[in-house]
Design a protein around this ligand. Structure first.
Ligand code: G3P
Length: 286
């Protein structure tokens, strides 16, 4: 599994890249906003150039328009301006730019198709369903980014479960809770009806990790070249679970990458080994 870092903070990118396990970077307008808030007055063009220079691997930069025409124009501008820096620009395009019912749905898909046809690699972003991921692959996207944490947020909110952003969401717990309400005798038809109405899933997807699994299965079934980037990952357990299913890439915030290397017994083990270094062993290194 490749690991991208999901941040626009240059210090985090440089630090994580120096660890030797980061293969690329993903940004979005909200991550850029955070970086700008921390560094008022920065030159965005120079800053993006520095990000592109700081890694040998794809750097996703997102368009801001909503129509196919705007997005294609912005993507070409981003690609022409920043790809020459290190040859690693990928343009992030929302899989759909509609913000309300009734707005056009396929602007992003058309932009992806056009850009890929012109040789500009795209990353279909804001993917919340496997059906959207299928559309992105059919349009020829180089990458598709399911936002697994946001799907968990959606499910937990729907189920009225209180949560912190980084909490692991376990869909099995939701199923157990649901089963507890089925104690009385009921016919198969009644149980089926209740299950269909109980709504602990998002149209049959039980968690963000489940969504990634569904997309990996569909892409494998048809041999799509589109690579899956598990995005909106909030904790190390989710990173492990998408790795278990063989996802191509996980894009991870800095703190999640750090969490992947921590365990209390590793800390304790280091304390014990350090304490137990005897002078005879010390001598070996002199
Ligand atoms: O890669 C997408 C990511 O930046 C969104 O993360 O945690 O805001 O849902 P989050």
């Amino acid at each position: 599994m490749q690991i991208f870092i999901d941040t626009a903070d240059l210090d985090e990118i440089r630090e994580a890249y120096s660890w030797g396990i980061v293969d690329g970077v993903t940004t979005n307008p909200s991550l850029i906003k955070k970086a700008v808030d921390r560094r008022p007055g920065l030159s965005m063009r120079d800053y993006i150039r520095d990000i592109c220079r700081s890694v040998e691997g794809p750097v996703s930069l997102e368009v801001k328009g909503v129509s196919t025409e705007q997005m294609v124009q912005e993507a070409e501008m981003l690609y022409e301006r920043f790809n020459p820096v290190n040859g690693n620009v990928v343009v992030k395009v929302p899989v759909s730019t509609a913000m309300e019912d009734g707005q056009p749905l396929f602007e992003g898909i058309r932009a992806i198709k056009t850009l890929e046809g012109r040789g500009i690699p795209t990353n279909a972003t804001l993917v919340m369903t496997a059906e959207q991921a299928l559309m992105a692959a059919k349009a020829g996207a180089t990458y598709a980014s399911p936002f697994l944490g946001r799907v968990d947020d959606y499910l937990r909110t729907k189920l009225d479960i209180a949560f912190d952003k980084s909490d692991y969401y376990d869909p099995l717990c939701a199923r157990h809770l649901e089963e507890q309400t089925w104690e009385e005798e009921a016919s198969g038809a009644e149980l089926y009806d209740r299950l269909m109405r109980s709504d602990i899933s998002d149209n049959g997807i039980y968690s963000g990790v489940d969504l990634v699994d569904s997309i990996v299965t569909i892409y494998d079934a048809y041999g799509f070249d589109t690579q899956v980037i598990a995005a909106s990952v909030r904790n190390a357990r989710q990173a492990r679970e998408v790795a278990e299913m063989g996802v191509d890439i996980a894009t991870l915030p800095f703190h999640v990458i750090e969490d992947m290397l921590t365990h209390p017994k590793t800390l304790e083990g280091m304390q014990l080994f350090t304490r137990d270094v005897v002078p005879e062993y010390e001598e070996l290194f002199e």
